[in-house]
Structures are given as structure tokens and as C-alpha cells.
Design a protein around this ligand. Structure first.
Ligand code: ATP
Ligand code: MG
Length: 361
């Protein structure tokens, strides 16, 4: 009679030694992503801790781990638990943001390209993937987020503390909550700087994996204030596909680079239009310009969002497409976009952490 092989947890770790995180290019074991390994008879149990719940390569990683463990003689059952612990992107800055792991600015060189629409739906998509997400509307000149999320009641301060509004599963704060409707506000530099700092540092955000910041268009004071107040994770640039918009993209990227903010990627919005009646596709603003630009600039391309009436109606009625019609093909595009962004955040945070590690002597 053959003796049953007894598997030990060290054997499991050894079997996994060459399985890499495809995004970070390092073994999962070395990255501390394999935890709670237990072996009992032919049963193996373990936890894989991903760097984001929105990981686009979740299935690949799971398959690679299962395949490697199955190579061990005697394995009968693998009990694999997958969780995530989002990596830290925010570092020490003028404002202490201890509970916020990543601050991601959504910017564009040009107005009206869909920053607020993309910010809102990206934030909702990250939350649907299972992340804790906040959305800060820092567009002092035209705050649209309350409207886009259907928030009618501004949050009221309770004594000294200001809690964000909650819409769907997002924590939301907006300059719009403090301005009178229809009244223009002339912001002077120091006032603006103070307001940005208050919205970041004095709001009780609680623990967040990602805080998405919707910026006004261009390369003005808010952008500067933000980069001076915190060391943010990075910026996402939204563009339409045509050349004039791309010219402004270059300006926007140059500004972020100058102040040391990593570019996490480019999104091409309003990329093609599919007629809902005849399904003919029209490339109203062209297509592929932003993707080509991302190659030239050597930054990640996060994906495309088409022109779709449901997106516009969702924005105008406070019922964003990702929350209200999650099975719509465009909502799925936002889910993929969120995964690509989360992966880019993980890569950028990993690269920054490597840079800060003391050299091995
Ligand atoms: N992919 C899309 N399909 C259809 N409509 C869209 C799409 N993206 C944005 N829109 C619509 O275009 C208009 C402008 O979008 P949005 O307000 O998001 O742009 P913005 O870049 O934030 O503008 P601003 O520079 O003024 O802040 C809105 O009415 C929005 O609903
Ligand atoms: Mg906007």
C-alpha cells in the first residue's frame, strides 16, 4: 500500500515561488501577497491578497496559483480565498491624509471633454469592484458633481466636524455645497488654496482606498493648490480623440510632470457613436487619437468611452449609468476603465516604494 504524501505549508510556498504578479513582475510570495497557508492531508488553504479589489488580472492570478499548487503530489482540494489590501500612494504632504490611501486627480487641458462624467462613473465603478471610494468635486468654477449624483441636501456641519454626503456608495464633497446657485464666485489665490485644503483635510472622509478629485479644466490654481497641499498618487487625463483636444492634453501632462505628479493614464471619451436605431458607428470626433498620444508620451492608455445618450441623461438626472444600469455595455466599459486605473495605481505605488527603499549593501 502506498503511503499518502503529507503536504506542508512550506511545500505550498515553494510550489508558488515562481508565480508572479503580472502587473508588478515579482513573485507573489516575495510581495507578501500569499498569506494564511495551511495544509491538512490533501487539503490546502490559502489567501491571496491583491493590491486592489478591481484587479484586472484576478482570474489569471487565481489560475496560476491553482496550477502551481496542483503540481504538488497529493493535492486534493484547494481552498483559495482572494482579498485585497490597496497600496498606499499618498505620502507625507502639507496636509495629513492618513486614512486616505490614494488621491487621484481627474484632469484635462480642455473644458467640456467629460471629466466630471468620467470622475463620477469611475468612482462608482471602483466602488462596485469593492473599493472604499470618495469623490471630491474641486471644480470651484462649475461644480457639477452634486447634480450628477442627484444630491439635493448639502451635508451640514456638526460642531467642528464636516461629514461628506453619501450618494450610492460614494462619500462626496463638493464646492457646490457651499456656493449659492447661479451666483458666480470670484476666487482669489489664497482663498482658493484655503478651500482646497479644507475639503481635503478637514472633511471626515474616514478610511478610503481611492479619493477621486474632479478638477476644473486647464492648468490653473486648483491644480497647483492640490499638488502643493498633498503628494497625490497621480493624475488621469481625459481627452476627446481629436487633435485640438490632444494639444491641450500635452499641456496638462507637462504641468503635472513639472510638479512631480505621476500620470496614471489617459482616457479617450466621446470615442465614436453607435446609432441606437441602425447600429451604424460614426466617429464624430475621430478615434484613437488619445491612444496614439499615450504611446508617444509613454503613459498607460486606460480605455475608451463612446458617446452615448444614456451617459448624458444619467448625468443630467442624477442617475449615473454605472449605478443605475450596471449591465449596460457602457457601464461595463467604465468597470474595465476602473480596473485599468487601479492596476496603474498599484504599479505606480510599487515603483515609488522601490525608489524609496534603501539600496541593498
Ligand atoms: N461619453 C459621453 N456620451 C454622451 N455625453 C457625454 C459623454 N461624456 C460627457 N458627456 C456630456 O457632455 C457634457 C460635458 O461633460 P462633463 O461636464 O463631464 O465635462 P467636463 O470636462 O467636466 O466639463 P468642464 O470642463 O466644464 O468641467 C455633459 O452634458 C455630459 O453629460
Ligand atoms: Mg466638470
Amino acid at each position: 500500500m502506498t503511503q499518502a504524501v503529507e503536504i506542508k505549508s512550506e511545500d505550498v510556498l515553494h510550489a508558488l515561488k515562481d508565480v508572479q504578479d503580472p502587473e508588478l513582475g515579482k513573485p507573489l510570495v516575495e510581495l507578501g501577497m500569499i498569506q494564511d497557508v495551511k495544509a491538512c492531508g490533501g487539503n490546502v488553504s490559502l489567501t491571496v491578497v491583491l493590491t486592489t479589489p478591481a484587479c484586472p488580472l484576478r482570474e489569471t492570478i487565481e489560475n496560476d496559483v491553482r496550477t502551481a499548487i496542483n503540481q504538488l503530489p497529493g493535492v486534493e482540494k484547494i481552498d483559495l480565498n482572494i482579498t485585497a489590501n490597496v497600496s498606499q500612494g499618498v505620502r507625507d504632504g502639507a496636509i495629513d491624509l492618513k486614512q486616505i490611501k490614494n488621491v487621484i486627480a481627474v484632469a484635462s487641458g480642455k473644458g467640456g471633454v467629460g471629466k466630471s462624467t468620467v470622475s463620477t462613473n469611475l468612482a462608482l465603478a471602483l466602488a462596485r469592484h469593492g473599493a472604499r471610494v470618495g469623490l471630491l468635486d474641486a471644480d470651484v468654477y462649475g461644480p457639477n458633481i452634486p447634480l450628477m449624483l442627484g444630491i439635493e441636501q448639502a451635508p451640514q456641519p456638526e460642531g467642528q466636524s464636516l461629514k461628506p454626503a453619501v450618494a450610492y456608495s460614494l462619500k462626496v464633497m463638493s464646492m457646490g455645497f457651499f456656493l449659492k446657485e447661479g451666483e458666480p464666485v470670484i476666487w482669489r489665490g489664497p482663498m482658493l488654496h484655503g478651500a482646497v485644503r479644507q475639503l481635503l483635510g478637514e472633511v471626515e472622509w474616514g478610511p478610503l482606498d481611492y479619493l477621486i478629485v474632479d478638477l476644473p479644466p486647464g492648468t490653473g490654481d486648483v491644480q497647483l493648490s492640490l499638488s502643493q497641499s498633498i503628494s497625490m498618487t497621480g493624475a488621469v487625463i481625459v481627452s476627446t480623440p481629436q487633435d485640438v483636444a490632444l494639444q491641450d492634453v500635452r499641456k496638462g501632462m507637462a504641468m503635472f510632470r513639472k510638479v512631480g505628479v505621476p500620470i496614471l493614464g489617459i482616457v479617450e471619451n466621446m470615442s465614436g457613436y453607435v446609432c441606437p436605431s441602425c447600429h451604424h458607428e460614426e466617429e464624430i470626433f475621430g478615434r484613437g487619437g488619445a491612444e496614439r498620444e499615450s504611446q508617444v508620451q509613454d503613459v498607460p492608455f486606460l480605455g475608451t468611452i463612446p458617446i452615448d445618450m444614456k451617459i448624458r441623461i444619467g448625468g443630467d438626472t442624477g442617475k449615473p449609468i454605472v449605478a443605475e444600469s450596471p449591465d449596460h455595455p457602457v457601464a461595463k466599459k467604465f468597470m474595465d476603465l476602473a480596473s485599468e486605473l487601479a492596476a496603474s495605481v498599484s504599479r505606480s505605488n510599487f515603483a515609488q516604494a522601490q525608489l524609496m527603499m534603501p539600496p541593498v549593501s
